[in-house]
Design a protein around this ligand. Structure first.
Ligand SMILES: Nc1ncnc2c1ncn2[C@@H]1O[C@H](COP(=O)(O)OP(=O)(O)OP(=O)(O)O)[C@@H](O)[C@H]1O
Ligand SMILES: CC(=O)N[C@H]1[C@@H]2OC[C@@H](O2)[C@@H](O)[C@@H]1O[C@H](C)C(=O)O
Length: 368
């Protein structure tokens, strides 16, 4: 029997809302429709302010409602554009927008905004949301969750497979009997910040600016000393660590000129940031022993990044997930359609081997 789910993801890159409409049968999963809806500048700045600056509870509460309304309106637009029969949809799997992820504190939490009550009230469709906090309540990291979906999709492939999502952050899945997965560190987030600061562009299209520079080996070695990269798993990260302050600190350490002037060309910083993401991903893939790396997330569109990943992983087949029949752009939104399906069917999601939770559990809350 077929069921139909919508998956909605807006991730740490803050590039916008990805939506996937999926058909799930007992032994198959198919992406029927998908689309991406960029954030407008104002809402992106409001989210960034909420992440980076002190904000009143009133403003956070209003942002939660605003994001709920924005998700609802975008979902309605998607349903109408794709001529989807709303009555067919079992549920919407909503990730929401991560404002803060704090899995290691004395009082661990992970906060995603986008009020699901608003979405179900406006669309009339059930919503599954709040996926991460149960795992954290069981002592887990609450992320990454995509490895369970990667295992579901690719375990049929015979090779020793790793999957890396290169979004704002990068997260690795090592498939097989003992499924493992963790955030390797920064993906595109620092490159996005640096090109936005210096050239006013949202991202380094095709990695062209990085390609025009030369990475600085000393700066790279310095950045690789970041303790997160050598931290034991389970581990997860986000903008709490990899952010503008982190980069500014690293650059000041590297080039402590009183004048504040950089002793390195800006395009060489961009090239070094690309190399940082490539090396931290490649180091973990090598440790995994995988002979095939499937790549998804927006980083797939950065051909220079993909080229450098291939250079660093000689002997490993590096392919976009699109070549395995799965959209690299909508992998995460599909994952939340699948997670909503698992929740509706009250199935435990096998994530404890990834997050360190005391047990696998039923994830998410249903709003209807
Ligand atoms: N044409 C392109 N060239 C280079 N980079 C690109 C291109 N298109 C997208 N990107 C990169 O992909 C990023 C968006 O990727 P994606 O949507 O997977 O991130 P996300 O889901 O928000 O992040 P996360 O997975 O960490 O939550 C952009 O911020 C940009 O850095
Ligand atoms: C708290 C949070 O939103 N984490 C994100 C982030 O973006 C990529 C990486 O860090 C991953 O751990 C996670 O999202 C994906 C969808 C995941 O849970 O697999």
């Amino acid at each position: 029997m077929s069921e139909y789910y919508i998956g909605v993801m807006s991730g740490t890159s803050l590039d916008g809302i990805d939506i996937a409409y999926c058909q799930i049968k007992e032994h198959s999963f198919e992406l029927l429709h998908s689309d991406a809806y960029p954030f407008d500048k104002e809402i992106k700045e409001e989210i960034l302010k909420a992440i980076n600056t002190p904000m009143t509870l009133k403003r956070i509460g209003e942002l939660d409602t605003r994001l709920g309304e924005m998700y609802a309106n975008t979902i309605e637009r998607f349903i109408s554009q794709k001529r989807i029969d709303k009555k067919q949809i079992t549920a919407i799997g909503l990730h929401g927008q991560t404002l803060w992820h704090e899995p290691n504190s004395a009082n661990p939490f992970s906060m995603q905004l986008g009020n699901p009550n608003v979405i179900t009230a406006l669309t009339g469709v059930s919503v599954v949301s709040d996926f991460r906090r149960k795992d954290i309540a069981l002592g887990g990291q609450g992320a990454p969750f995509a490895p369970a979906f990667h295992q579901y999709l690719f375990s049929r492939l015979k090779a020793k497979i790793a999957v890396v999502n290169i979004g704002g952050m990068a997260n690795l899945s090592i498939l097989g009997e003992r499924l493992r997965g963790y955030d390797t560190g920064c993906g595109n987030v620092l490159m996005d910040y640096w090109i936005s600061l210096n050239r006013g562009e949202t991202y380094d299209k095709d990695g062209e600016w990085a390609r025009s520079g030369t990475f600085d080996r000393d700066l790279l070695e310095q950045m690789l000393k970041e303790p997160y990269f050598s931290k034991a798993i389970p581990k997860s990260t986000g903008r709490e660590l990899f952010n503008a302050d982190w980069l500014e600190r690293e650059l000041r350490k590297f080039s402590p000129k009183k004048s504040g002037a950089l002793s390195i060309k800006k395009e060489d910083v961009q090239a070094t940031l690309l190399e940082l993401s490539v090396v931290t991903i490649a180091n973990e893939v090598k440790k995994s022993g995988a002979d095939m790396l499937i790549v998804c997330g927006g980083g797939v569109k950065n051909s220079y990044l993909m080229q450098r990943l291939g250079d660093k992983l000689k002997g490993t087949e590096v392919v976009p997930s699109d070549e395995c029949g799965v959209s690299s752009e909508f992998m995460e939104s599909m994952a939340f359609a699948w997670l909503a399906h698992e929740r509706v069917h009250r199935k435990c999601v096998k994530l404890s081997s990834i997050t360190g939770a005391s047990k696998d559990s039923i994830l998410g809350a249903i709003y209807e």
